[in-house]
Design a binder for this molecule. Sequence first.
Ligand code: PRP
Length: 178
Amino acid sequence: MTDRRYVIDELISAKSIAARIEAICHEIREEFADTDKLVVVGLLRGSFVFIADLVRELDLPLEVDFLEASSYGDGMESSREVRILKDLRGAIEGRDVLLVEDIVDTGHTLHHVTKLLESRNPARLRTIALLDKPSRREVEMKADWTGFEIPDEFVVGYGIDYGQRNRNLPFIGKVRFT
Ligand code: PRP
């Protein structure tokens, strides 16, 4: 946990997030309309709120699985090293996979995890990220669907933490140090 004092300003409201998810789900449903082998994979911990809303809005026959990766410590800087802390429970060979990420920052996590999942020979792998900070990119990487492109602000809420706090905020907020 951090000792720095800060306040949180709302950046994206819960209502805007819900509207964007609804719009993207129309496209995702079209993409996966032809399959009953869909596995939606949430990248823990940050995606746990997003994936919960996403799968309920998707309303498709699907399974849910989780993978835990970590590239940050408890601070704000990426270590550039992606560690798999918890692997999937199920095999994805021949399955259609939707990988759900909360935020793409440097791109290392999405790059590493998509490579890992591709090596397991899924029939199709698509990616979705709620947030994208393109200005921070270190490896060329873009999710197939992005909720919102945001500037280089430190954001929290809707699953995303600062020092492991604030994941339970229903909106995306911007950390402002005081
Ligand atoms: C954060 C976030 C993304 C990743 C993005 O995860 O949830 O998964 O970093 O950063 P990158 O594009 O620079 O790789 P973190 O490692 O903090 O773990 P968490 O999801 O458990 O909070």
